[in-house]
Design a binder for this molecule. Structure first.
Ligand code: NG1
Ligand code: ZN
Length: 534
């Protein structure tokens, strides 16, 4: 049975504040850091249970990503490096509702153990990591002690990016077939694949120096490590490395995307290529200043187009394109022109799913090569086992031409650069850089593949955002009645117009999105839709 004494001690040390409610959402539990210690006890226990049920290592990542320094949060990672299975979010929420009474809590836990068919002393292993927030080590230590109270072994990775922990969990459970689970193993896999891809590619273009805005977060120290290893190939300069500015303050991928402007703390004249990552290094955005001194942004949709173009081209060269199903997964926030370009110019199928990476990832599993990105720069590519064995067959087939085998080899190296478990700014950065060089593209050429439709996003405060229910991957409303009719009516007045509203999953607001042929029209349409919603 359960270690009541240890649990009671933790409950006394980190009591639950009266009247607090917290839900496990798309980003796990996330709130002001000082309101979080008590929930870490519950997450530690749940991580231990999950590990015992799956008989595998699970992860607990302490971070609040692009949110301010004073926030923090925690997310659980399942054995294959994916997000916690949705059914378990219910247990997380149940535990969050329960007060500190040791009897009530242990009754609930004993029931849950019966239901899950586990014993407190079954083997369990939990991998923990955290970002650079001041509050992180304490929160991590609580998760650790709670899991240990249930006889669970802890792998403490301390400072890591979110995608590094996803990778580590996957490797540990895959017995090394995906890579070695340490940080050295992670960098070795990515950097070796990057170098191999460069070395095997004839006529590759020289890399232009890249300036990185590291959001004053964990990514800075990890990139610094990689910078050394790759210095022979690419010159990387790291800004907003945490030595001066504050985490995510006027910098980072979220700031740059949201305000459509360059971050503070980075010289805007010296470089032809810039990128921003976020506070836990799972989002990436590129930008540059054009000839007219205009700020130009390359967001998640652009990565989808670039990665899909490269992979489709290599599949063609390897004569594999006809036996492989490649697809791109987007959300309603993807710019209409990117969808249009993918479908009509590239002839790549596009699926649209509700907001949230877990939906994109899940849908991507339907393809041999599933490319997915949210417009905000979070995304990756996943490759089916069949695709990997087809690549291997081409490589081992002496009847294949040199060109076909080179293309297959390039795809194989590319797969090893990508972090298939989750969107990873560092992996996506290496993938982007190498594709640009192979295709002889600069950022302007990449941007010119298609022109975005002007767009506008608004946040609208409403009394009860759950009033709005959506369908068709959040592109249409079903309640309240007539709302969709009104939106349709407005949209019909704007050529190439598109608009939708949906309740945010992470904030108490409704989001309005509109796009049209001119910025004026997009702003106008968004504004009119807002008036209908209010
Ligand atoms: P919500 O608040 O549900 O729109 C936001 C982002 C998502 C995703 C989640 C994070 C937009 C429009 N929405 O979701 O893409 O990143 O936060 O976990 O950017
Ligand atoms: Zn993030």
């Amino acid at each position: 049975h359960i270690a009541k004494e240890k649990l009671a001690t933790l409950l006394m040390e980190y009591p639950k504040p009266a009247g607090i409610v917290m839900g496990y959402g798309t980003a796990g539990f996330r709130a002001r850091a000082d309101t979080l210690p008590w929930i870490m006890i519950r997450i530690g226990i749940l991580a231990a249970f999950r590990s015992k049920v799956k008989r595998a290592c699970v992860g607990a990542m302490i971070t609040a990503s692009h949110n301010p320094e004073y926030d923090n949060g925690v997310k659980l990672i399942d054995p294959y490096g994916e997000m916690l299975e949705q059914a378990w979010e219910v247990y997380a929420n149940n535990l969050s509702v329960l007060d500190d009474d040791i009897h009530i809590l242990s009754d609930y836990l004993e029931n849950l153990m019966n239901q899950l068919n586990i014993q407190a002393n079954d083997e369990g292993i939990v991998a923990i990591a955290y970002d650079t927030r001041q509050s992180s080590p304490l929160l991590a230590s609580i998760v650790k002690r709670a899991a240990q109270a249930f006889y669970t072994t802890i792998m403490d990775f301390e400072l890591m990016t979110t995608p590094q922990l996803h990778y580590a969990v996957r490797c540990y459970n895959d017995n090394g077939t995906y890579g070695h689970y340490t940080e050295a193993g992670y960098f070795d896999k990515l950097c070796t694949a990057f170098q191999n891809l460069i070395e095997m590619t004839p006529n590759i273009q020289r890399f232009e120096p890249l300036a990185i805005d590291a959001a004053n977060g964990i990514g800075a120290m990890k990139l610094a490590y990689m910078r050394q290893t790759l210095a022979k190939y690419i010159h990387i300069e790291i800004f907003n490395d945490g030595t001066r500015g504050h985490l995510n303050e006027k910098c980072g991928a979220d700031y740059v995307k949201l305000y459509q402007k360059a971050p503070d703390g980075i010289p805007l004249t010296n470089y032809s290529k810039y990128c921003s990552i976020d506070g836990d290094a799972d989002r990436l955005i590129y930008f540059f200043i054009d000839k007219n001194k205009q700020f130009r942004l390359l967001d998640g949709d652009r990565f989808s187009v670039l990665f899909a173009s490269f992979l489709a081209m290599k599949l063609k060269e390897a004569k594999l394109i006809d036996d492989v199903k490649i697809g791109v997964i987007q959300t309603a926030y993807a710019n209409g022109r990117s969808t249009d370009y993918l479908i009509n110019k590239m002839h790549v199928p596009v699926a649209c799913v509700p907001t949230g990476v877990k939906h994109l990832h899940h849908k991507a599993l339907d393809y041999d090569i599933g490319v997915y990105f949210e417009a905000n720069g979070h995304g990756t590519v996943i490759f089916s086992a069949e695709l990997k064995s087809k690549i291997k067959m081409v490589l081992e087939d002496p009847k294949r031409t040199v060109e076909e085998r080179l293309a297959a080899n390039q795809i194989r190296a590319f797969i090893n650069i990508i972090n298939e478990t989750v969107g990873d700014a560092i992996a996506d950065l290496l993938a982007t850089e190498v594709i640009l060089s192979i295709l002889h593209l600069n950022l302007e050429g990449w941007l010119n593949l298609y022109d975005d439709l002007p767009q506008r996003q608004l946040k609208v405060a409403v009394r009860d955002r759950t009033m709005i229910q959506t369908t068709d991957a959040e592109r249409r409303c079903i309640t309240p009645p007539h709302l969709q009719d009104c939106i349709d009516e407005l949209v019909s007045k704007y050529p190439s117009g598109r608009a939708f509203v949906r309740p945010s999953g992470t904030e108490d607001i409704v989001r309005v999105y509109a796009e049209a042929l001119t910025q004026q029209e997009a702003d106008d349409l968004a504004d009119k839709v807002r008036l209908v919603v209010e």
